[in-house]
Design a protein around this ligand. Structure first.
Ligand code: GLU
Length: 307
């Protein structure tokens, strides 16, 4: 892993290189508040394990973290109950869309991985054993690591809850199999509120930094995850972090990454840095079009890749 170019220059170059890719995707249409976000925004931030930060464009504009919160929720659950998490959810790529229902019935309510919606609902159910407000727990955990006071966007949360029919179906199916143990509606509500956490690229790059620093946060000088767990979280990001386009995403970018339908993406360069990017237009898999191009250019320009 070598970085022979300056990150400031790389970010400036990427901001130019991504311009032709605006207009190729659409904002998340199934969540009205997200559908209405101005698509012509782009921010990118890098945070190194030494604590240096680099940013370009709208890197300090808050956006809806959505599925990126699943990474932090999983980290909390694994820290709390360890491998018991894996009795409730698998570790395999799903090969199906993030809110797919039929696979779940076929596989008796055990979600393929913690990053598809079914898996994240199982993680929320686990966190409900620890706190009545898993959404606040995840928000505060991300805020602690991101050195920021994060908020839950109530309008986004309500907007998603009003249209969360598919997630309700998933939660009820899991409840029928016993892989969700709390009231399905309470699980969906906590999950949607967690997804509505807002974050900036700079805060997100900081929050993910323990994944690049063997579990240690250089910013708050605390060990957040055991080193072995950090490697495992990165493995899950690489194999399951971008849903059913995870293979082509790894081919293009080669970094453990997590996407969200708010248009955010966060990528980990182990032992080196984290990169967060945001551009609201999504491809058909729910990943930021411009964000994926930005990370592809980043790994090409810097030779930073785990592959
Ligand atoms: N809140 C979104 C949903 O459940 C998250 C999906 C995503 O960001 O990929 O549909």
């Amino acid at each position: 892993m070598k970085q022979v170019v300056s990150f400031d220059d790389v970010l400036a170059e990427i901001a130019v290189l991504v311009r032709p890719h605006f207009g190729k995707g659409r904002t998340a249409q199934y969540i009205p508040q997200l559908a209405a976000v101005d698509p012509n925004q782009f921010g990118m931030a890098i945070c190194t394990v030494k604590g240096d930060e680099y940013a370009v464009g709208d890197a300090d504009v808050p956006f809806s973290a959505q599925s990126i919160t699943k990474l932090f929720a999983l980290g909390l659950a694994l820290n709390r109950i360890g491998d018991e998490v894996w009795t409730r959810v698998g570790k395999e790529p799903s090969g199906t869309p993030f809110n797919y229902l039929s696979q779940l019935e076929h596989e008796e309510g055990i979600p393929r991985n913690p990053f598809i919606n079914a898996g994240a609902l199982a993680v929320t159910d686990i966190l409900l054993n620890i706190t009545r407000e898993p959404d606040a727990l995840v928000r505060d955990f991300m805020g602690l690591l991101g050195v920021a006071n994060l908020t839950i966007d109530e309008e986004v949360a309500v907007s998603e809850l009003e249209t969360a029919h598919k997630n309700r179906a998933i939660a009820n199916l899991m409840r029928s199999f016993g892989t969700i143990t709390h009231d399905a509606e309470a699980v969906v509500e906590a999950y949607c509120r967690q997804c509505a956490v807002t974050v900036t690229c700079r805060q997100l790059a900081r929050a993910a930094l323990p994944l690049a620093a063997r579990g240690f946060s250089p910013l708050i000088e605390e060990t957040i995850f055991p080193e072995r767990l950090t490697r495992r979280l990165n493995a899950l990001l690489l194999t399951c972090g971008t849903y059913d386009s995870v293979g082509s995403f790894a081919y293009r970018v080669g970094l453990p990454s997590k996407s969200g339908v708010g248009g955010g993406l966060v990528a980990v360069i182990p032992d080196h840095a984290t990169v967060a990017v945001w551009a609201p237009e999504l491809d058909r898999f729910g990943t930021s079009v411009v964000g994926a191009y930005a990370l592809e250019h980043f790994s090409q320009l810097t030779n930073c890749s785990v592959l």
